[in-house]
Design a protein around this ligand. Structure first.
Ligand code: SF4
Length: 315
């Protein structure tokens, strides 16, 4: 599928980090594991084009080194239930059937029972991991209407396959996460998202959806130039501003309108769904959810509560 060169590189330095978050925005306190840098799926809006300069894909295959760093971070944490993910600098599943990097992590989290590993993907294949899965791995899919997938995520699995894979993960005893991110505004997107949320409600067991994130399209200004040069009109629909963190976003009023619409539709399916906004300001949080979150610590506390509710005393 890919013409990109994949090379195994020596694991050195810190590969387990705090998610960089974004200045003056509410952050969820996620921990990232840099197992792979680069991605074969080449989504049109992918910010890795901006963050990773090297050609090709780098794999840090020294699992014991990475596991020792994860263990250190878990042992040092006294207050919160940590969430780790490998989907920050790559897609968690796209290369896994070939390189089998996730299995030791899945087994490690299953034995430790103190934190969660999230495998976040747009690739629906994880059969090779099925025998090792346990409740401490959350299988997550980024979801978008098929029309948007056809335009922007051409190498990824179609929506119906992602939803089918999510259901399969639930049937195997895992909680699943859903990420409506990036939400791209285009003519008629409202109706497409309404159908998408209908599909989620119809096909998945909502009691086994641990979290749903909402994140509207955002990108560094350099990518804006790239979109303009490459005539990516579908990514430039709407009005953008540069936020305090330097990233381009849709204007605030538009963001609130879209988040509110999706938040309310999701809550109408099940009021207990845990829906959060990814990298948004506290005033947007308030306008959309009615909740006052003045700092990231408040959101991290909500995650702790959610996980304790679902896992009881088993974490
Ligand atoms: S799947 Fe994620 S990491 Fe891979 S190209 Fe798409 S946006 Fe980038």
């Amino acid at each position: 599928m890919s013409l990109q060169r994949v090379s195994f590189v020596e694991a050195k330095g810190s590969l387990v980090r705090d998610c960089p978050g974004t200045k003056n925005h509410i952050c969820c306190g996620y921990k990232t594991i840099d197992l792979i840098e680069g991605c074969i799926l080449s989504c049109s809006y992918c910010i890795l084009k901006y963050y990773i300069n090297a050609d090709g894909i780098k794999v840090h295959g020294d699992t014991p080194y990475i596991l020792s760093q994860i263990e250190e971070v878990i042992n040092a944490e006294k207050g919160h239930i940590l969430r780790f993910g490998t989907g920050e600098l790559s897609d968690s599943l796209a290369l896994d059937r070939k390189y089998r990097l996730n299995r030791p992590l899945v087994e490690f989290f299953g034995e430790k029972k103190r934190a969660l590993l999230e495998l976040k993907s747009k690739w629906a294949g994880f059969d090779h991991l099925a025998p090792y899965l346990n409740p401490y791995t959350v299988i997550s899919f980024s979801l978008a209407p098929q029309r948007s997938i056809d335009r922007e995520e051409r190498r990824t699995s179609p929506l119906y396959k992602r939803l089918k894979a999510a259901k399969k993960a639930q049937d195997l005893g895992c909680f699943v996460g859903l990420h409506l991110d990036p939400i791209i505004i285009y003519d008629g997107f409202e109706k497409d998202y309404e159908y998408l949320i209908e599909d989620i409600g119809r096909l998945l067991d909502l009691k086994k959806v641990i979290w749903i994130s909402l994140g509207l399209l955002r990108f560094p200004p350099k990518l804006l130039d790239h979109f303009i040069e490459n005539k990516r009109k579908s990514l430039l629909y709407g009005e953008f501003i540069q936020g305090e963190d330097g990233k381009c976003r849709y204007i605030k009023g538009e963001r609130i309108k879209v988040y509110r619409m999706l938040y309310n539709q999701l809550k109408s399916k099940d009021d207990e769904l845990f829906v959060y906004l990814c990298m948004e300001r506290s005033d947007v949080w308030k306008a959309v959810t009615g909740m006052t979150l003045n700092e990231s610590e408040a959101l991290i506390g909500l995650f702790d509560k959610r996980i304790k509710t679902l896992y009881g005393g088993t974490i």
